[in-house]
Design a protein around this ligand. Structure first.
Ligand code: MN
Ligand code: MN
Length: 365
């Protein structure tokens, strides 16, 4: 079954006439066309029983063709109203739909209002849950891309470790990582690469800057690449010079917490069980208050996607799901440490995609 026919059977079951998909990641998932249209309209209209179409900026029509999309493509020019073009394409297919499923968590109010103007006797249903359920299970092709994305993430950490030297700035190390990856054919990172050193590691979403690496620092790398449209996301924290006892204790606690969660992964386990296992280890060691975020998040075409691995989510894991496990301790007076891997739920357990070693790496100062 193609993604289009899966959407069509959902529409059929739910008695909804059409679905309009506009977020670039979901457009890619359904159509195979990968593009960031910015403010211009890009979408896939799928009907219960009519030919679907992609609506895109006119200049991108050849790219949609090249992506392998086998159905109609409708281009809109910058000088025309894209919504009039959508309406024309729908009218060509007969009666206007009485119901359309949209991505309620993403479609802007402005766009919904335009749709309500065009489709005056149409109700709007939610497509989010259906898309989440489709995307959460990865097929073999998707897993193959995720594996390669993870290999590049491992490689990036290796490069980062090699670049560490006294007096180098976080941004210099970051630049060296991305320079090397680009030489190896990686077009883009899955988010802004993070290289944090010393006290800056205590900020889970810190910003790399011109701080110079010093002896005794922990250095935290959080990064990922996009490979054939699929993301990786890895974090490793390494030591520059001999770490203090408390640095070591924090590191070993996070490592044990991460391992405890990974060991539980298999079909039938709840997301909350993983978070609670890791959090239990960190709390028992006395650092509970410093683990200030959820354990992980789904990973695929988007770097953060469904499901959320939190301590209260009763979501049950199934074979083919991919997510991160990334406990951390962020102690403002000592250091921050996070360790993050990408994992797949397999038939009987877990496959860990990111493989860079987790024994504390001590880089000689
Ligand atoms: Mn990360
Ligand atoms: Mn992550």
């Amino acid at each position: 079954m193609t993604k289009v026919t899966e959407i069509q059977s959902f529409l059929d079951e739910q008695h909804i006439d059409a679905a309009f998909i506009t977020t670039p990641d979901n457009v890619f998932y359904i159509s195979g066309f990968d593009s960031e249209p910015h403010e211009r309209l890009l979408g896939v209209m799928v009907f219960k029983d009519k030919e679907p179409f992609v609506i895109c900026p006119l200049m991108e029509v050849p790219d949609v063709l090249a992506s392998g999309w086998a159905f109609d493509i409708v281009g809109h020019e910058d000088t025309e109203d894209a919504w009039d073009v959508v309406l024309d394409a729908v009218k060509k297919r007969g009666a206007l739909p009485t119901s359309i499923a949209i991505e309620k968590s993403h479609l802007t109010v402005e766009r919904l209002e335009r749709m309500q103007t065009i489709f005056q006797n149409t109700t709007f249903a939610n497509l989010d849950n259906q898309l989440n359920q489709m995307r959460v299970i990865k097929d073999e092709d998707e897993l193959a891309n995720l594996r390669i994305a993870a290999q590049f993430a491992d490689k990036a950490i290796e490069i980062g470790c090699r670049e560490i030297a006294e007096g180098k700035t976080e941004l210099e190390i970051l630049m060296a990582i991305e320079f090397e990856l680009k030489k190896q054919g990686i077009q883009k990172m899955s988010f802004d690469t993070m290289v944090l050193s010393g006290p800056k590691t205590a900020s889970p979403h810190g910003t790399p800057g011109d701080r110079k690496i010093q002896k005794g620092d922990f250095i935290l790398f959080d990064l990922g690449v996009v490979y054939n449209g699929y993301c990786s996301d890895i974090t490793r924290t390494v030591a520059f010079g001999e770490p203090s006892d408390e640095h070591r204790k924090i590191y070993e606690t996070v490592k044990l917490a991460e391992q405890s969660a990974i060991e539980l992964v298999r079909p039938g386990v709840k997301a909350m069980d993983l978070d609670q296992a890791a959090r239990g280890v960190i709390t028992d060691a006395g650092y509970g208050q410093y683990f200030t975020h959820r354990l992980g998040h789904g990973l695929g075409i988007s770097v953060h996607e469904f499901p959320s691995i939190t301590g209260t989510n009763e979501f049950v894991l199934e074979e083919g799901m991919v997510f991160t496990i990334e406990p951390g301790i962020y102690h403002p007076e000592v250091t921050g440490v996070r360790i993050e891997d990408d994992v797949v739920v397999t038939k009987n357990g877990v496959e860990v995609l990111t493989k860079f070693p987790k024994e504390l790496q001590i880089i000689q100062a």
